[in-house]
Every structure is written in structure tokens, then in C-alpha cells.
Design a protein around this ligand. Structure first.
Ligand code: FE2
Ligand code: FE2
Length: 197
């Protein structure tokens, strides 16, 4: 695995402390995914003239809270300033929006752009910054992904980031509907902005 290093620009923690905390909060498979999303985010940043260090860090921490126990999430949603409707959803949605709480608390990252990119990576949004798009798309096309159209998704995303967002949202909606899963309303709104021709 390529050597990981994050400058101390966005967190008072040293790079090795940050990496150790991330590793301790998830299993091996999830950690590998985060490393690969970080590398893919760096590549997308380079292609889109965005700050590579910032994109790499945001990609690395995007799933920091994915494996936090459900009960802990419910407690945080109830006690902190989160929309209580979130209690009707699940960890697939929580780990982006509420994941930001754990990232601030444990990793001491407060940069609003990074936190927003993590917040939006599970739902997308009708407005997205370049960093939001980078993390959203990197999560979808990192080298470990192997769904049937992944090569097409990579091709579209590396050519045009906005089209990558649209492709991903359409793909996600197809999957959710095919499996008769609930669609988070914001994701449907985002689909109407980014995917519809
Ligand atoms: Fe995620
Ligand atoms: Fe992810």
C-alpha cells in the first residue's frame, strides 16, 4: 500500500495519529476503501485544478464513522443539533451527515468544506462544491469497486466531474428502486439537478 501522509493543515493531530485513529474505528476492508478513495480523490483534484492535499484528506476520512454502533448514532442525533427525522433513517445515511460530528470530536477537523463534503457524500445535494463532487465520485469509482458499469463510471467521471455526479446518482437511484429501498428525498432532488438531461 502506498505510504500515507497528511500535512497538519486541517487537524492538530499528526498524520500518524490521524491514520491510527481512523484505523482503530473500522475494519481492514473499510480502511482499505478509505485509502483508495483518498488516492482517487487526489487524482480527481489534479484533473479539476483543486487542492490535492485537501481532497486526499477528505477522501480518507469520508467513512470515518461508517461502523460506529447504531445506538451511539441514535444518541448523538437525539442529543445534538441534528434533524430528528434522521432517526427514521439508517447508518447508510447517518455516516455522512452525522459522521461529521464524530470527525470533529475525534479527528479535530473543523474545516467547513471538508465537513460538508463528508456530510454530502451519502446523499449528494442540489448544490455541490468541487470538493463535494470529488469525494462523492471518488467513493463510487475507487479501484476496489467492481459493479458491472464501473469502467463506464470511471471514464465518465475522469472526463467530466459533473457528469460523474449525474451518472452516480442515476446508478444509485436505479439500485435503490430495483431493491425497493427508501430514497432519501434530498438524493432524489439531487438526481433531478445532476442526472436529468
Ligand atoms: Fe460512505
Ligand atoms: Fe465510502
Amino acid at each position: 500500500m502506498t505510504e500515507l501522509f497528511f500535512k497538519e493543515t486541517y487537524s492538530p493531530l499528526s498524520s500518524s495519529e490521524l491514520i491510527a485513529k481512523e484505523k482503530a474505528n473500522m475494519d481492514e476492508k473499510r480502511f482499505k476503501h478509505c485509502v483508495q478513495v483518498s488516492q482517487t480523490a487526489r487524482k480527481l483534484a489534479r484533473l479539476n485544478n483543486y487542492d490535492e492535499e485537501k481532497a486526499a484528506l477528505a477522501g480518507f476520512i469520508h467513512d470515518y464513522a461508517k461502523q460506529v454502533p447504531v445506538e451511539e448514532y441514535r444518541k448523538v442525533i437525539q442529543e445534538q443539533d441534528f434533524d430528528k427525522d434522521l432517526l427514521n433513517w439508517n447508518r447508510a445515511i447517518w455516516h455522512g451527515i452525522v459522521g461529521t460530528y464524530f470527525i470533529k470530536r475525534d479527528l479535530k477537523i473543523t474545516d467547513p468544506e471538508i465537513l460538508q463534503a463528508v456530510w454530502r457524500h451519502t446523499t449528494a445535494d442540489i448544490e455541490m462544491t468541487t470538493l463535494d463532487k470529488i469525494v462523492f465520485v471518488a467513493d463510487f469509482i475507487e479501484p476496489g469497486r467492481d459493479f458491472p458499469d464501473v469502467e463506464k463510471a470511471r471514464e465518465v467521471s475522469y472526463k467530466n466531474l459533473d457528469e460523474g455526479v449525474g451518472y452516480e446518482l442515476a446508478h444509485t437511484l436505479e439500485f435503490l428502486i430495483e431493491n425497493r429501498n427508501k430514497v432519501y428525498p434530498l438524493t432524489l432532488s439531487a438526481y433531478n439537478v445532476w442526472s436529468v438531461k
